[in-house]
Write a protein that binds this ligand. Structure first.
Ligand SMILES: [Fe+2]
Ligand SMILES: [Fe+2]
Length: 151
C-alpha cells in the first residue's frame, strides 16, 4: 500500500536533478516518460529564466504538452485494459493538468505576465504535478500494476 511521502515536500522533488528518482513509480516505461516530461519542464523553466525568445519558449511548452498528452493516454490505455477501479478520478486529474498547462501557455506572454510570475507558475506546476499526481495517482496505479506482476 502506498503512503504519501510527505518527507519529500520541499526537498528532493524541488531539485531538478533529484526529482526523477524522487518520483519513481517502479514501472519502467512510465518512469521513462515522467523523466522526459520533467526534462521539458526544466527546459521551460530555464527558457523563461534566461529570457529566451517567445517562439522558443512556446515550442518548449508545445513539446511538453505533446509528451504529457501521449503519456496520459498511455497510462489510461493500461487502466482501461486492466479495468482499473480508480480510472475516472485519475483520468480527470490528467485532464486538469493538461488544461492547466494549456492555460499557462495561453497566458505566459500576456502583457501583465511578469517573468517572476511565470517562473512561480512553472514551479507550482512542478510541485502540484509531482507531489499531487505522480506520488498519489501514478504510484497507486503502479502498485496496482505491480500486484498484477507488471513492471
Ligand atoms: Fe497519471
Ligand atoms: Fe504519469
Amino acid at each position: 500500500m502506498f503512503h504519501k511521502q510527505t518527507s519529500l515536500a520541499g526537498t528532493a522533488v524541488e531539485d531538478w536533478d533529484l526529482a526523477p528518482a524522487a518520483v519513481a513509480v517502479g514501472i519502467l516505461i512510465f518512469d521513462v516518460e515522467h523523466r522526459e516530461m520533467l526534462g521539458h519542464l526544466r527546459r521551460l523553466y530555464d527558457g523563461l529564466a534566461e529570457g529566451r525568445p517567445e517562439r522558443q519558449v512556446r515550442q518548449t511548452v508545445a513539446d511538453l504538452l505533446a509528451v504529457a498528452k501521449a503519456h496520459f493516454h498511455h497510462e489510461e490505455e493500461y487502466m482501461r485494459m486492466l479495468d482499473y477501479s480508480d480510472y475516472r478520478r485519475h483520468s480527470d486529474d490528467h485532464y486538469a493538468l493538461g488544461a492547466k498547462l494549456q492555460n499557462f501557455m495561453d497566458e505566459m506572454f500576456a502583457t501583465d505576465a511578469s517573468a517572476e510570475r511565470n517562473l512561480a507558475e512553472v514551479r507550482a506546476f512542478l510541485k502540484k504535478w509531482l507531489l499531487e499526481h505522480i506520488l498519489e495517482h501514478d504510484r497507486s496505479f503502479a502498485n496496482f500494476l505491480a500486484r498484477k506482476g507488471i513492471r
